[in-house]
Every structure is written in structure tokens, then in C-alpha cells.
Design a protein around this ligand. Structure first.
Ligand SMILES: [Zn+2]
Length: 231
């Protein structure tokens, strides 16, 4: 089932309103929506396209015939909640708890590597130890030396090291909380259990059936006021 609707026009520049068309597809239980603003005949568009549902939140939009402000809000909620219902990585409870938004939050992961100066110092201590052992002496290291020799080559952290003497920054990457386990980051949600059903977040792609009344509502929306010329 495929249907194109046009709930409103959007002001893309001052006093320049373009039609917001949304292509809805419902096949084998999967719902997907795709928006385009100001579709051009050549497949290009004057405005945004794709998952541009946030455009429905604009103050300046003009309702199309047969649409109310409430309809627009309802459409937004449905789009956000049910688009690609077959690839949910969270259960319904986790989504209700706002884990979806939380999962999109990004944190910076810093990967440090021992700096050359420190490697040389470690080498020096090791050599001294070997030398002493060779001549049958007992090795006694001071606290500072023990600390130094035990420093791992790589060091990963979510907190940037300040005035670091031993390490140099090797890599800095942004990671979403969605892709981090609670062991990796205190706020990470990957594999975190749902407090209600116990489902471990992100461990499966869950299919959730779209309620009939939602499909009925979507596919009974009025026909587009302005023609859709996109192919
Ligand atoms: Zn659950």
C-alpha cells in the first residue's frame, strides 16, 4: 500500500511556500514515510527531503485543505514512533522511558598512547632490573618507578586528560550512548536491561506491529492539494 499525502506547505524562504509531500508505504507490516518539500520534476527539491518530519513542527507552515493542526501533530507522532517499525532495537518500555533520545546522545572517547619520553623511561627501568637480576641482586623499585612501569601502552577514557605527562592523544571519536554498554560508559544503554520486561537494549531488531487504527488513519488522509511531480 502506497499513498502520497500533502498535509501542508512550508515557507522555505520569506513568503515562498512549497508543498510538503509525504510518501507513505505499508508493505508486509512495515511502515515507512518519506517527505519532500518543493519537489521538482527532475527529482531534485527546493526544500528538505527524507526523514524531515521536524519540518512539521514549524510555526510558519500553512495547513492544506482537510488538515488540522491536531492532524499535523498526530502525523508527526506517528512518523516518529512508527517509521521503520521493523528495526526497533528497543522494546516499547525502553522507548517510553525515552531511551531512544538518550541513545542518540554523543560522548567523546579518547584513546591515548604512551608518549616517547615515557617509553624511554620504562625501557631504562627494565634494563636496570635485568642488569641487577643478572648479577644476582634483589630488585627494589620505588613507588614512582612501579607506577611508571605499570602504565599500559594504550589508555582509553571518556574524560580528556589534563596536563598529561605520560600519554599523547592517539584518537578522539564520538560515540553514541546507544553503542556503548554500561560497563564501557556509565550512561551507555547497549545491553542495558528493560526494568519491565528484561529485554537487553540493542541486542535484537524487534518487530512491532503497527496498530490497525494508525494505518487506517494514515491511509484515509485527504489526497494532496497540490500535485506531486516527483518520481
Ligand atoms: Zn521492556
Amino acid at each position: 500500500m502506497i499513498k502520497i499525502i500533502q498535509p501542508c506547505t512550508i515557507e522555505i524562504a520569506e513568503n515562498n511556500f512549497k508543498s510538503f509531500h509525504i510518501k507513505m508505504s505499508y508493505k508486509e507490516g512495515k511502515l515507512s514515510l518519506y517527505g519532500v518539500i518543493g519537489a521538482k520534476r527532475n527529482g531534485d527539491a527546493h526544500g528538505s527531503c527524507g526523514q524531515n518530519l521536524d519540518e512539521l513542527k514549524r510555526e510558519s507552515l500553512k495547513l492544506a485543505k482537510g488538515w488540522t493542526k491536531e492532524d499535523i501533530e498526530k502525523l508527526y507522532t506517528i512518523w516518529k514512533r512508527w517509521h521503520l517499525n521493523d528495526i526497533n532495537s528497543q522494546c516499547e518500555h525502553q522507548r517510553q522511558l525515552g531511551w531512544e533520545e538518550k541513545g542518540l546522545k554523543e560522548v567523546t572517547h579518547y584513546k591515548y598512547e604512551l608518549n616517547y619520553k615515557t617509553i624511554l623511561k620504562q625501557e631504562k627501568i627494565k634494563k636496570e632490573i635485568i642488569k641487577l637480576l643478572d648479577i644476582g641482586k634483589t630488585v627494589k623499585l620505588n613507588k614512582e618507578q612501579i607506577e611508571l612501569i605499570n602504565l599500559p601502552y594504550f589508555f582509553n577514557t571518556f574524560d580528556e586528560l589534563a596536563n598529561e605527562d605520560f600519554y599523547k592523544l592517539d584518537k578522539k571519536v564520538s560515540k553514541k550512548l546507544l553503542h556503548l554498554t554500561p560497563e564501557e560508559h556509565p550512561e551507555g544503554i547497549l545491553t542495558k536491561k528493560c526494568p519491565i520486561c528484561g529485554y537487553e537494549c540493542g541486542t535484537e531488531w524487534l518487530f512491532e506491529e503497527v496498530p490497525d487504527n494508525i494505518i487506517e488513519w494514515l491511509f484515509s488522509r485527504p489526497k494532496p492539494e497540490n500535485r506531486y511531480s516527483w518520481k
